[in-house]
Design a protein around this ligand. Structure first.
Ligand code: NAG
Ligand code: NAG
Ligand code: NAG
Length: 545
């Protein structure tokens, strides 16, 4: 019987289709906060997450929320899903915690891993699931344990084995967490009380093969990769054990987990499941995808809604989770950590409509070719109010702050510098004269415009109830407005997201640099040189035999 079984597995593997997949680049987090609409809907989560995907994300959300997104930090048009993982900290010897920079956002692999005779299905609308367990602190041999692993990146040294927990040695090029989700669905429930029991790993492996009979629908497999720049702390290790700790107080890594809320256009996802068969893994090579430019994806973010610091050096982990090495860990709370979700104060712009100026959005500027060529100044007391007042006094109607302390004036915004409607953008530097305000960034400019007539309304920079659904297959550029509304009306017109977004993001418009070098990863530092689809298979075979 065992021989038969083995023969069966071999036959199934041999008969399996090409190991096709695509790597969805999610360029940056949309927010880092204690939110988890799957585990803690409507409440503050007990630990911090780093969240990527559509800006329809909220503490309480459903499929429709995802569809109200006006942008996503993942680059395929038509995917407004959300994906999240815990956040990583370095614990200093004196006990304080320092956030570890995430290298980019997340890479989400969609892997076509049908078992023999199975047809892969797209996730249905409303589907959600969790992989991993935040309270786990010990090794296990089950598929759920095998599905969480770490890869210690060292591009100049010998390859290190993957580990089920944080390795106890430095990773010069970063620590990569890997989360493989269950791919077999019971075909009925979009979710379940534990957010796991409506799905299962395949019958004989966590990452491939046929589904068990109780979970007959084989979905496309989901696999997250997140890299943290742990190498920066190489000289600060102390004691005998590795110094990194997950936001839930896990110093082992066994508690690694990932969450997924389906936000795809279902038909598009099914077409991709059926037609993205190029084994390059490049989203560019999938005939059904249109991509958004990287710059637009990185500018997609939402304001945090919990009033607490989440980065830099902190006395306690957000939510005051104690470090619990296990073997048992339990949910904790305390030290007056905020429990309220507040309307966000950080909206990434200042409301200076009372001064007669409205926010236009976060534009793009160029050091060698400024978009606003009127008066300018730079000082350590810069605020958006001060810049608008300065430009006003010089007779200009457009004001822009940049790089924290610079102010530029003009009378119109050239096409090249216009904000993308519905996208917050990369204007995330605090103003030199007011650290509650945002004054552009490096190459980005916070644009304000003098109001005329009766209306003085700030541009809408996030998702809204009236936001049109982002379309999967954008109309040809000619049939839609070429860009943002004319500058004179930009400030008072809500973004025409669907058409505008679709226009700027059609395949033809995708930036040329979002190609091989960034995505294929062999020689960039933001993606690792490994080939997870196959190395993953290998490790499974080794582990489970
Ligand atoms: C989601 O949107 C659809 C289509 O607009 C609507 O029919 C449905 O009632 C909405 N569902 C929820 C839960 O709001
Ligand atoms: C702990 O050490 C870090 C790193 O040296 C330092 O930045 C931080 O201020 C220290 N915290 C306390 C409370 O001493
Ligand atoms: C896969 O994509 C590459 C470009 O990266 C292309 O050259 C090749 O022809 C494609 N293969 C198939 C089978 O479509």
């Amino acid at each position: 019987m065992s021989a038969l079984l083995t023969a069966g597995i071999v036959a199934a593997l041999a008969a399996s289709p090409v190991a096709a997949f695509w790597r969805l680049p999610c360029k940056s987090p949309i927010v880092v906060e204690r939110a988890d609409p799957i585990i803690s809907p409507g409440k503050v989560s007990n630990h911090l997450h780093t969240i990527v995907g559509g800006n329809g994300f909220d503490f309480t959300m459903d499929y429709n929320s995802t569809q109200a997104s006006t942008c996503s930090s993942c680059t395929v048009i038509g995917d407004n899903s959300n994906y999240w993982t815990p956040t990583l900290f370095f614990q200093h010897q004196n006990g304080s915690f320092e956030s570890v920079d995430q290298v980019g956002g997340m890479t989400v692999y969609y892997l076509q891993r049908a078992g023999e005779g199975e047809k892969l299905k797209a996730f249905p609308p409303g589907f959600r699931m969790v992989a991993g367990n935040p309270f786990k602190r010990t090794a296990g041999n089950d598929f759920a344990s095998q599905a969480i692993s770490y890869n210690c990146l060292d591009y100049n040294g010998p390859a290190k084995p993957e580990t089920p927990n944080f390795p106890n040695y430095n990773c010069p090029n970063g620590l990569r967490a890997q989360v493989f989700f269950p791919s077999c669905w019971n075909g009925k429930d979009l979710d379940s009380p534990d957010h796991m029991s409506h799905v299962s790993y395949p019958a004989n492996s966590y990452n491939s093969g046929k589904c068990p009979p109780e979970f007959p629908v084989h979905l496309i497999s989901l696999f997250f990769e997140v890299i943290w720049g742990t190498g920066k702390f190489a000289n600060q290790w102390y004691g005998d054990s590795q110094p990194f700790v997950f936001s839930m107080g896990d110093p082992t890594g066994y508690g690694g987990h990932g969450d997924f809320v389906m936000g795809w256009d279902e038909d598009l996802l099914q077409s991709a499941v059926d037609q993205c068969t190029n084994d390059s893994g490049r989203v560019e090579d999938c005939p059904v995808f249109d991509l958004i430019p990287d710059s637009q994806a990185t500018g997609c973010r939402i304001p945090p809604q919990i009033d607490e610091p989440v980065s830099g050096i902190l006395a306690a982990l957000p939510g005051c989770n104690p470090v619990q090495p296990g073997p048992v860990a339990t949910p904790q709370s305390g030290c007056d950590a905020p429990t309220a979700i507040s309307p966000s104060t950080a909206t990434f712009f200042d409301d200076i409509t009372s001064q007669g100026w409205s926010y236009v959005g976060c534009g793009t500027d160029n050091y060698y070719n400024r978009i606003l060529t009127g008066a300018s100044k730079s000082d350590d007391q810069m605020t958006n109010e001060a810049c608008a007042a300065f430009c006003d006094s010089k007779g200009f109607s457009v004001a822009g702050t940049e790089y924290s302390k610079e102010c530029y004036c003009g009378n119109s915004i050239p096409e090249s510098g216009k904000p993308i409607p519905g996208v917050v953008g990369d204007c995330t530097m605090k103003c030199s004269g007011d650290d509650s305000g945002f004054c552009g960034g490096a190459g980005t400019i916070s644009l304000y415009q003098k109001c005329s007539g009766d209306s003085c309304t700030n541009a809408q920079v996030g998702p809204g109830s009236s936001a049109p659904v982002q379309v999967a297959n954008p109309p040809p550029a000619a049939s839609a407005p070429a860009s943002a509304p004319a500058s004179s009306s930009a400030a008072s017109t809500p973004p025409t997201s669907a058409t505008t977004l679709a226009t700027v993001t059609s395949k033809a418009a995708a930036t040329p640099d979002s190609t091989a070098s960034t995505l294929v990863s062999v020689n960039t530092d933001s993606d690792s040189p490994s080939t997870p689809s196959s190395s993953d298979d290998d490790s499974t075979d080794d582990d489970s035999s």
